[in-house]
Design a protein around this ligand. Structure first.
Ligand SMILES: Nc1ncnc2c1ncn2[C@@H]1O[C@H](COP(=O)(O)OP(=O)(O)OP(=O)(O)O)[C@@H](O)[C@H]1O
Ligand SMILES: [Mg+2]
Length: 184
């Protein structure tokens, strides 16, 4: 998949079509992103308040990743979801078939999974169980996951419980600080 196909398929807003690692990013964060697309072997969690550039950075990762995908053999297996869209999909499957284990397995099998805005979905029991299953299975299979979220560590622990929080401790954290870039 090319980046332009990805933009169309994933219904990404026009304003993110030309994302790239740039000088508006904190140098350490930019460097980390540039290294990750060359060697995407770490689970990442992008944390920070609204407007700090997490989604912009996430799309920059995906763009760089897709542009270099020929480097990796056996790839071709990546997905991107807004967290609430993935949760709706899991709910629909559950309602239609009485269970969503196959969908969870499929999602766990993608070599790379990018999820934007973890925490916007409502934390019902089913949501938490599904999320835990996805995170746990993906770690077991050593597939790579990148999350972005507005939630702090404390909120993650409170919202998702210790079993999910504990697994996130194995992720590399990237803290997005500074001002709300939407105020500029
Ligand atoms: N590195 C960058 N270069 C240029 N514009 C940027 C950059 N990072 C962020 N922006 C712009 O700043 C605004 C906020 O960025 P973004 O949407 O990535 O924030 P966010 O952290 O995902 O916020 P939220 O938590 O509300 O989803 C957007 O308009 C985005 O285009
Ligand atoms: Mg965002």
């Amino acid at each position: 998949m090319s980046w332009s196909n990805f933009v169309t398929n994933s219904k990404i807003g026009k304003k993110y079509a030309n994302v790239q690692f740039n000088e508006k990013m904190h140098p350490e964060i930019r460097e980390l992103g540039e290294k990750w697309i060359i060697n995407p072997d770490k689970n990442l969690i992008l944390q920070g308040s609204c407007g700090r550039g997490k989604t912009f950075f996430l799309y920059s990762l995906i763009k760089g990743f897709l542009e270099r995908r020929c480097v990796y053999s056996g790839l071709g297996q990546m997905r991107f979801y807004k967290s609430n869209v993935l949760d709706d999909k899991l709910l629909v499957e559950q309602k239609l078939y009485g269970r969503n284990t196959q969908l969870i397995e499929d999602i766990s099998d993608y070599k790379f999974l990018f999820i934007d805005d973890l925490g916007v979905e409502k934390p019902y029991d089913r949501t938490l169980t599904d999320l835990w299953n996805i995170i746990d299975q993906r770690m077991e299979k050593e597939n790579i996951t990148v999350f972005s979220t507005n939630l702090s560590d404390k909120s993650i622990e409170e919202t998702y419980g210790n079993r999910i929080y504990s697994r996130f401790k194995e992720y590399q954290r990237i803290q997005f600080k500074g001002i709300d870039m939407r105020d500029l």
